[in-house]
Write a new protein. Structure first.
Length: 328
């Protein structure tokens, strides 16, 4: 198909109408059977509880420690620290509630653990490496070697006074969002299994979180066959982030041109040749939005940590829980 700028302009002018026609024809969603949903959720939680400690131990065993750290040895082994952090995230415990729960832990074990011990665990390098290894292990257990991917970002509140959606709208309109109010998370999801294959966080921008997630996915050796991203990534340079074999589905901006790299022209050609087929692939990215919705219901929408490294650890724990719930 020979591309012309007039064809592209005409398609983009009519794009809102094309989207409406597509949604009217294809976007009907089946009603959810809540009883079945709750039964599946309970089963997944039980399977995650059975798998969590073996996965932690396997992840820790992958780390080679060359020499002992200075100072007094920790009362709690690394695997138990990781377990404590994951429990804290899944039960959405605030600082005060976690401190109260630790009182019961001390009574049952005879080992005194202060809340500061748990907070410091978020920045413990061995803990962070173990959590990172867990992420890789869970993806590989599903046998994911190459996949069709959906990518999306979200925000977790660091305060109770602002809502992420409002700040996100500011960013899309070109206005600066309040970076002190939110931390960004970005997840790359395998559309077949629903597993996250890459996860990134940033206090600066969603795009920085995206590049971190992409780096993690590339580090696992998983090949991305195709990817779907929202309009924040609808620029020609997005093609530089992927190799030539990756099919990219983004909605071009209203002022897009056909000039650019062969990879960009491939996107335009796919859109112009069959807009409905293109949209059918593009809207598979709704799985990512649903994934974050489930994550926030599971682990909450607020991050209680303040230090940058601890925030990243807390959010990756939530990515771990997402994958643990799909391990069965």
């Amino acid at each position: 198909m020979r591309l012309t700028q007039n064809q592209l302009n005409k398609t983009l002018e009519q794009f809102d109408r094309i989207v409406k026609l597509y949604k009217d024809k294809y976007s009907g969603e089946p009603k959810r059977d809540w009883r079945t949903y709750e039964q599946r959720f309970a089963l997944r939680m039980r399977q995650a509880a059975e798998e969590i400690e073996p996965v932690i131990e396997e992840a820790y065993s992958m780390i080679s420690v060359s020499k002992r750290e200075r100072g007094r040895p920790s009362k709690i082994p690394v695997v138990k620290k990781v377990l404590l952090l994951l429990i804290k995230e899944i039960f959405q415990l605030s600082n005060r509630r976690m401190a109260n729960m630790l009182g019961f832990f001390t009574f049952m074990t005879g080992i005194y653990i202060s809340y500061k011990t748990v907070e410091r665990a978020y920045s413990d390098e061995l803990v962070r490496l173990t959590i990172h290894n867990m992420f890789t292990i869970l993806a590989k257990r599903k046998g994911i070697e190459e996949c069709d991917v959906s990518g999306d970002g979200t925000g977790y509140s660091l305060t109770v006074t602002r809502h992420y959606r409002n700040e996100r709208e500011k960013e899309l309109k070109g206005r600066k969002a309040d970076s002190k109010a939110f931390t960004y998370a970005f997840a790359l999801m395998d559309l077949y299994t629903g597993m996250y294959i890459g996860y990134g966080t940033s206090l600066k921008s969603e795009k920085e979180a995206f590049r971190e997630a992409l780096g993690m996915a590339n580090g696992t050796g998983i090949r991305i066959k195709s990817i779907r991203l929202d309009r924040l990534y609808s620029h020609q340079s997005i093609t530089d982030e992927f190799d030539g074999g990756t099919r990219i589905y983004v909605i071009p901006k209203k002022n897009a041109t056909i000039r650019g790299s062969p990879k960009w022209k491939r996107i335009i050609r796919n859109l112009l040749s069959d807009p409905f087929a293109f949209l059918k692939e593009y809207y598979r990215r709704n799985s990512s939005e649903n994934g974050f919705s489930v994550d926030k219901k599971l682990c909450g929408w607020k991050v209680w940590q303040r230090r940058i490294d601890r925030i990243g650890t807390a959010l990756l724990c939530r990515g771990i829980w997402h994958n643990l719930m799909l391990i069965g």
